[in-house]
Ligand binder design. Structure first.
Ligand code: MN
Length: 200
């Protein structure tokens, strides 16, 4: 299996005005596509790994052959993170479902969760992601640098935000915090709930 770019199930302008069409188009067709191309190139020299799903590569990152470990970490991680991210985005979905109850129980309220998640995201220096994960069935907020995914540390992501400049700079310029505010308008809570129910 050669890795390939998943289609979006919505139009590039579907998240306007919170995430703009141009950003979505470049992010999907250029950034995500490049991670996939570079991952495929790296795997060419390791035929036994070509058929493996990207989740498996990232879960077993520490067992990857040394000569491609860095490429799998960066480009495999980039592929996994973005494939996970696109379905998480949908406009005007109400905070609901079993996951909403679990978040309120763990963090006190939606507003408190929003504050903690935003602070984590804005606290990242340089490029990375903030995540809501299940760590041994417990909800936690954490961040990873670059394209690292919590799965390598055996944590299951159920929500994430891409904090690379390429995901916000065209629309929000230097106003990273406005991007994080806008992100809360495009969280597909149905998808987050699905992710939660699969692993809770
Ligand atoms: Mn990105």
């Amino acid at each position: 299996m050669v890795h390939s770019l998943p289609d979006l199930t919505y139009e590039y302008n579907a998240l306007e005005p919170y995430i703009d069409e141009q950003t979505m188009r470049i992010h999907h067709t250029k950034h995500h596509k490049t991670y996939i191309d570079k991952l495929n190139t790296a795997l060419e020299t390791h035929k036994n790994l070509i058929g493996k799903p990207v989740e498996e590569l990232i879960k077993n990152l520490n067992k990857m052959p040394e000569d491609i470990k860095k490429a799998v970490r960066n480009h495999g991680g980039g592929h996994l993170n973005h494939s996970f991210w696109w379905p998480l985005l949908k406009k005007d979905i109400e905070f609901k479902g079993e996951v909403s109850k679990a978040i309120e129980k763990e963090f006190g309220s939606y507003d408190k969760f929003k504050e903690l998640f935003s602070n984590a995201a804005l606290g990242i220096f340089g490029s990375g992601w903030a995540w809501l994960v299940l760590n041994n069935k417990k909800l936690e907020i954490l961040t990873t640098p670059n394209q690292d995914n919590p799965l390598t540390e055996e944590k299951i992501s159920i929500l994430g935000i891409d904090m690379w400049e390429h995901s916000w700079y065209i629309k929000h310029n230097a106003n990273k915090s406005a991007y994080v505010q806008d992100f809360f308008h495009v969280i597909n809570w149905d998808q987050v709930n699905k992710n939660f129910l699969k692993h809770k």
